[in-house]
Ligand binder design. Sequence first.
Ligand code: DUC
Ligand code: ZN
Ligand code: ZN
Length: 513
Amino acid sequence: MSPKFDLVIVNGVVVTASDVSSFDIGIKNGKIHTLAPSWNGNAIRPSWNISRVFDSTTYQVMPGGIDGHVHLCQDLTTGPNPCPLGLGGQCADNFETGSRSAVCGGTTTIITFATQTRAEEDRSLLKVVEAYNGRAQATGSYIDYAFHIIIVRDDKDVLETELPVLVKKWGITSCKLFMTYETMRLQDYQLLDVMLAALKNSITTMIHAENGDMIEWLTEKLESKGMLAPHYHALSRPPSVEGEAANRAIVLAELIENPLLFVHVGSSASANVIRAAQTRGLPIFAETCPQYLNLTWEDLKRFHSPTCFENSKMICSPPPGPDSSDQDALYLGLHNGTFTIFSSDHCPYKYDDPHGKMVGSFRLIPNGIPGVETRLPLLFTRGVSTGRITPQKFVELASTNPAKLYGLYPRKGAILPGSDADIVIWHPEGSLPPFKLTNRHLHHNVDYTPYEGMEFDNWPRYTIAHGKVIWANGELLGSLRDGKYLRRGPNQLGKGVAHFKKDPRRVAAWVHG
Ligand code: DUC
Ligand code: ZN
Ligand code: ZN
């Protein structure tokens, strides 16, 4: 006799990162307890003792989405001299509204950022994390959450004493470093210092790779010509800005054998550099995001006029590519493994708000767009339904690889006995009439979506977290007490093969001694 299951999903087309096949899933105490090939068509195994049954015949059943790049409650003015260059503004979502939006788009785990600033009171990374955790606890969260730490200073004592505590006490095993933004960027010397400290603690380095000097130089040139409208933001950051920084970051990381994750890769210039490094066996990982597959410079100009600032709704950094050729290259990168993960980079600012996007010049417009809720439906509609990527690849990019990269697998990102029962169930193919998205459909605290008017052919019908149905047929059923803080382990995706053949002319392996 089986144990008494709290919930059983029968006859689902279970999609994992490797397989598509019909299974029954038995859930008990928030975990997947039993997984068995579907039994006899529609019938339920007589031996199964069941409280509640979900018949998912012809529904695709996947591990819940894991969004490894979400900004909530984040301080975006950075320190004593607030930086005007694209970092002002107030984060519009907190853990309540951000996690709510995530659930309604099929995501069951979010990793958000705790941000150090250059202010003296932010020297301590531990204090920064405590403060951010306080913000999460202030509202609660509908789904499980974790933190990356953003490091903008290279205080040796802090790195030496606090990184081990971040790992052991908090399970924070990833940090983000910036190569641009005056108040956040680290110079090459500092990047090497922080990367080495991260490596010693098995912390994955995430890198925002844009050349800050090129951006500042181009911005000043545009300003001197009176080219201030939002869409000039893209001209201040042509693809070579990303390509140069990506190449430099790889050279720095290779010198000290540090694995790197490139976040929000937006151009083929950068993707090609990353691909070449991966081909050499280096442990280089990459993330791309919906905006780079679905928006172009044309979208940045959609509402262009000398006074109309609506184009600021599309502004993020790096900007999307000039035309669809970059999108094709990025889809290829999803398909061929250049990209390890697909995240939203949900960075929410309101448009019509004193702390929002409606400000006077592209230099001042906060960089970032919302997308935690649309991430999975966009990739499903534009990637899976069109056949550009397989359903298995979808799961790999949106759930399984984020779990492995960020040390959560197989608790998360898997449909396996013992995994958390975090599951997303889609509408059966063709059963949801295609519809045009409007911001009213969404559950974030932002007054627009960059994907307004885009057509979708599927959307998560059910989201299940810890075995509880928290989103069903357009209704939010969860509670803010459902989500718990997640301590994470190290990167589970390996260290590449290049280190087996280190060349002392390129690699300073002795620095580890
Ligand atoms: N980097 C991000 O990761 N998000 C938005 C803005 C930025 O520069
Ligand atoms: Zn960034
Ligand atoms: Zn981001």
